[in-house]
Ligand binder design. Structure first.
Ligand SMILES: NC(=O)c1ccc[n+]([C@@H]2O[C@H](COP(=O)([O-])OP(=O)(O)OC[C@H]3O[C@@H](n4cnc5c(N)ncnc54)[C@H](OP(=O)(O)O)[C@@H]3O)[C@@H](O)[C@H]2O)c1
Length: 335
């Protein structure tokens, strides 16, 4: 049995999902020969420490750790001081400076800890630096959940399609935009009505600009470009147009001609823009779904679709990354 001490940093929507998923899958993981022991959970208020593993039932009902923290340690201090070999980093995204996640990842990688994350910001700002830090310290940096949430894309390209050359990836990488465009098409309602409906349902933030102006999708395009296409690009290299200018009339006209209008991110074109997609296309998914078409030389076009967000769904992608670190090690050992 491989015993792995895990630290979790960030205890919001995804952090709760991670605690829940690790607890629910404990027996299945043990059957695989992996005893994942969550020895710490840290948020902005402090840390819950438990050498034998944090009891999920004691913290899942708490929105923050304020009332249950057993240590005042936070952020980088907690990452460096706590004895663990893998850090799951799920703090808020900032794609301008990458903090606080960037500092957390640097602290973890430089002290020889694997990092698994759903946090786009540090990767958008500093992918090559973080990748080098991981390599220099002989550890792994995994980030499937940063693009398309639970939809498998990065691991699909890196592992399953490894014998192919990938000429491009086009997809819907933002569920909020896709929901708004879907509702505008279905009901013929203007953008502002669909947006307030999405806000009422909790699908859009009170300040939706990060999603609807294409910033979030562009961040994902940067991550795909740098990690899968070996490019070295920044957010400012992406040509971005969001969905705020899309009208119900344009959507209706497109539909009459056999098309949907979707916010499409394109790599390596480095564009994010409302794009005509044939109605029968497998990437023309509706509602909050994400999708991606992967253009390959040997396998033709491979299309994936799935939920781009959600607590347990995003945690599922994180769990897959965690398991893959130990599976990879096994394969490396064989070869
Ligand atoms: N939600 C999703 O479905 C989803 C899907 C894919 C990717 N992501 C990404 O995953 C990350 C987490 O998302 P989320 O929805 O869980 O966000 P969230 O609900 O805002 O949670 C973030 C957590 O990090 C905590 N935090 C903030 N600063 C911290 C610091 N310096 N040290 C330790 N903890 C700190 C926050 O505490 P306070 O809130 O009290 O400040 C909160 O507990 C984000 O980067 C997001 O973009 C989310």
């Amino acid at each position: 049995m491989r015993d792995v001490k895990v630290s979790l940093v960030g205890y919001g929507i995804v952090g709760h999902g991670v605690v829940d998923a690790l607890s629910r899958k404990k027996a299945m993981l043990r059957d695989m020969g992996l005893n994942l022991r969550l020895v710490s959970v840290t948020d902005h208020t402090g840390t819950v420490l438990a050498e034998d593993g944090v009891d999920a039932s004691k913290i899942l009902g708490e929105r923050t750790l304020e009332n249950v923290a057993t240590s005042g340690m936070k952020g980088k201090e907690a990452i460096s001081a706590i004895d663990s070999e893998l850090v799951i980093e799920v703090t808020p995204t900032n794609i301008v400076h990458g903090q606080p996640g960037l500092g957390h990842m640097e602290a973890a990688l430089s002290s020889g800890k694997h990092v698994v994350t759903s946090n786009k910001g540090p990767l958008v700002v500093s992918y090559s630096h973080l990748k080098k830090l991981a390599e220099d310290n002989g550890v792994m940096l995994k980030f499937e959940a940063t693009v398309g949430g639970t939809m498998p894309l990065i691991s699909l390209v890196e592992r399953t399609l490894v014998g192919n050359c990938i000429s491009g990836i086009q997809g819907i990488f933002n569920g909020t935009c896709n929901y708004i465009l879907t509702r505008m098409t279905e009901e013929g309602i203007p953008y502002t009505h669909a947006l307030s409906e999405a806000q009422d349902l909790g699908i859009a933030e009170a300040d939706p600009s990060y999603d609807v102006e294409g910033v979030d999708t562009a961040g994902k395009v940067v991550i795909l470009a740098n990690s899968l296409f070996n490019m070295d690009v920044k957010y400012s290299d992406v040509d971005v147009t969001g969905i705020t200018g899309v009208t119900p009339e344009a959507l209706a006209l497109a539909q009459r001609k056999g098309y949907a209008i979707k916010l499409i991110g394109d790599v390596p074109a480095l564009t994010v823009r409302p794009t005509l997609v044939p109605l029968g296309s497998p990437i023309a998914v509706s509602g909050t779904l994400n999708s991606a078409a992967i253009y390959t030389d040997l396998s033709g076009t491979i299309t994936v679709t799935g939920l781009g967000a959600g607590s347990i769904e995003t945690a599922s992608a994180i769990l897959t990354d965690v398991i893959s670190i130990y599976r990879t090690k096994k394969i490396d050992a064989i070869f």
